[in-house]
Design a binder for this molecule. Sequence first.
Ligand SMILES: NC(=O)c1ccc[n+]([C@@H]2O[C@H](COP(=O)([O-])OP(=O)(O)OC[C@H]3O[C@@H](n4cnc5c(N)ncnc54)[C@H](OP(=O)(O)O)[C@@H]3O)[C@@H](O)[C@H]2O)c1
Length: 256
Amino acid sequence: MGRFDGKVALITGSGRGIGKAIALRLAAEGADIVVNYFRNREPAEETVAELQALGRRAEIVKANVAEQSDLEQMFGFVGEQFGGLDILVNNAASGYNRPVMEQRVKGWDWTMNINARSALFAAQQAVPLMEARGGGTIINISSIGAHRVLPEYVMVGVSKAALEAVTRYLAVELASKQIVVNAVSAGPVETDALKHFPQFREVIETRLEESATFTPAGRNPTPEDIAGVVAFLCTPDAYMIRGQVLVIDGGFTIRV
Ligand SMILES: NC(=O)c1ccc[n+]([C@@H]2O[C@H](COP(=O)([O-])OP(=O)(O)OC[C@H]3O[C@@H](n4cnc5c(N)ncnc54)[C@H](OP(=O)(O)O)[C@@H]3O)[C@@H](O)[C@H]2O)c1
């Protein structure tokens, strides 16, 4: 018996990285999965194969979460194929990584639309599908850059701060529909994303060199660490947690 037997979960950007780990964890505990990707189909197909090897149903949808028509098509597909949705994880993210003085309006729109706007409008689309199941769970994936200043991270940081605010509004306004909404905020996780932040990587590595115990947990979180907390937030044990942002960073940000 898995905690998510009979549940249907859609994880945006789940062809690779943290999204993939979340998909695998929810599937390992019984959920059928909708894998969403935008540009990289091959890893998404591999993820689907791994999910199916776990004995789960897994479907793949190409959609740019920043495009309203793509969102409508993706949630329409979920409705047709599954008749409802229990779990939505807004995980997809992108960023225009530059110092403040090199930012452009285009980068603001790109980053905000993928990382923050998408969560609100994906939730709108998910609500009727969750109502068809008597309720559901929405988890948004944030980052410590929403509250801390990381090199070249201004745009993603601002978008994640907005995402955390969206989380609180959804948590209040969707509560009467039996939809539980929270966010998790990850510290540095070893995925392709870190390749886009060479300066941030340097900061992490220098700090780890300075003190092997800079991160109280003794290591950075893994995609599986994030997936475990997301899974917990999707269970009835987390029912009383609403609109919160759970920081998963091994204590990285609590040191001075
Ligand atoms: N890695 C970290 O250190 C870290 C720390 C804190 C928070 N996070 C957050 O964790 C989440 C996952 O990060 P990650 O490290 O796994 O990132 P990643 O390896 O760069 O993967 C990003 C994922 O998002 C998808 N994506 C990007 N733009 C999209 C769009 N417009 N529509 C749909 N999907 C899109 C990508 O799909 P394609 O492959 O198809 O392009 C990919 O699956 C993000 O929200 C990120 O901000 C990561």
